[in-house]
Design a protein around this ligand. Sequence first.
Ligand code: PMP
Ligand code: GLN
Length: 396
Amino acid sequence: MRTLGVNSRLKPFGATIFAEMTALAVKHNAFNLGQGAPDFDGPEFLKEAAIKAIRDGRGQYARMTGLPELTKAIAERFHKTSGMSYDPERDIVVTCGATEAIVDCMISLIEPGDEVLMFEPFYDSYPAAVAMAGGVSKVVTLEAPAFRIDEAAIRAAITPKTRVMLVNSPHNPSGRILDDAERAIVARIANEFDLIVISDEVYEELWYETRHRTLVLEPGMRERTIVLGSLGKSFSFTGWKVGWAIAPAPLAAAVRSAHQFASFCAATPLQVAAAAALTAPETYFDEFRAEYRARRDRMVFGLRECGFTCDLPQGSYFALADHSSFGFADDFAFCRHLVEHGGVAAIPPGAFYANRSKAKSLVRFAFCKKDATIDGALERLAKYRAKFESGELAAT
Ligand code: PMP
Ligand code: GLN
């Protein structure tokens, strides 16, 4: 009999850390600051739009590329935020979350053995998606604590087989936003080596003091870049899984060629609601940012009082902190101890590294949570800290 189970391409990836930490949070009745999912609902008008779409009989498959009203709304929103024009019929593909778009890109763009350059820490689906497509991940480290792109490191990782560069800003998990110099490096390298760039901009609306600027605006980038977006992030409905890719026609056609067989279409009523969401007045986005900025400050200032070192993230809904003062050997040991003995779930950022040991002193807290959840978690963290100081708890 054949060996049953996962094939050799996916075996190395094991189980995603998000499922593991969320299960531990439930088991220990912990405040869950692990998985990046809000513990509150997105806006009421969106729910009403989805309910109305269901009542109106919008229950069959959507157009494969995305509902016309949604691809139009995506193009219009992107034009509003970036000034760049894309054809809603030709240049946009609606997917089941950005996660599907990442897989579609890899499956449709790379040949077996092609190399995909990415930066660690990375969203954990990137290398798995490359592996599904039979590609090879080449990982360049964004060195902590600055997490800046380094041109020499990229050049050293490029080979004749490099075909795609995968970039994420605002960045999960560091919360950094690429600055002018870094975007210029990405563009210079992409143009020089004729790379396709996948620009994961799912946190595009979650920037604080520094405005996010899409990579497409850099010289020579429009024609080689696929921008990924997600309704889940900007409208606090991560479970709706509506994402999209925006790209010039030949690249959009490639993504579509995989999407049509991967999922065919995202849920129709949710696409109807997504179109309503993206045409929301600018005040929605301003308030959304202001609320998140307040959550960020609450989280980061609180963490500092509990013995963590933590910079204010420029974007995203993650605070990446340093737990060294607690004395643990690594991030996995710390997170497992914290969820069990401190009642707070967080993510060990080693899960976002090819070389896990690079993240030993780091821990990621998601602050897309109600004030009561953040306050409750901080209260527990303060008690946890006090037990270390009194000697009641010690690092294992
Ligand atoms: N990219 C990044 C950087 C993410 O953090 C996430 C997930 N949260 C995704 C992509 C996937 O987004 P979605 O939930 O739309 O699939
Ligand atoms: N992207 C989310 C995070 O980083 C989680 C997505 C997931 O659970 N797959 O927390």
